[in-house]
Design a protein around this ligand. Structure first.
Ligand code: SF4
Length: 76
């Protein structure tokens, strides 16, 4: 099953945790707010994440203090 991910940027507090856990998936905008950058997704949540990154993704989700990383098995 595929995984798709996006950040609810309204809830992100720019803590910097997700980019440490999953640097291939998350980066930050000019305000430090996280967004999904995997394969140019641009935080749309429409790009299937590579299976080899699932552990990193789960670490990021588990470490997000505001639970604003949204994961689904279909594109958003
Ligand atoms: Fe934002 Fe959560 Fe990433 Fe922290 S871990 S930067 S709150 S998305």
């Amino acid at each position: 099953m595929s995984k798709f991910v996006r950040v609810d940027k309204e809830k992100c507090i720019a803590c910097g945790s997700c980019g440490d856990a999953a640097p291939d998936i998350f980066d930050y905008d000019d305000s430090g707010v996280a967004e999904v950058v995997f394969e140019g997704d641009n935080n749309r949540g429409v790009t299937a994440i590579s299976e080899d990154l699932y552990t990193d993704l789960q670490d990021a989700v588990d470490g997000c203090p505001t639970s604003c990383i949204e994961v689904a098995d279909q594109a958003f």
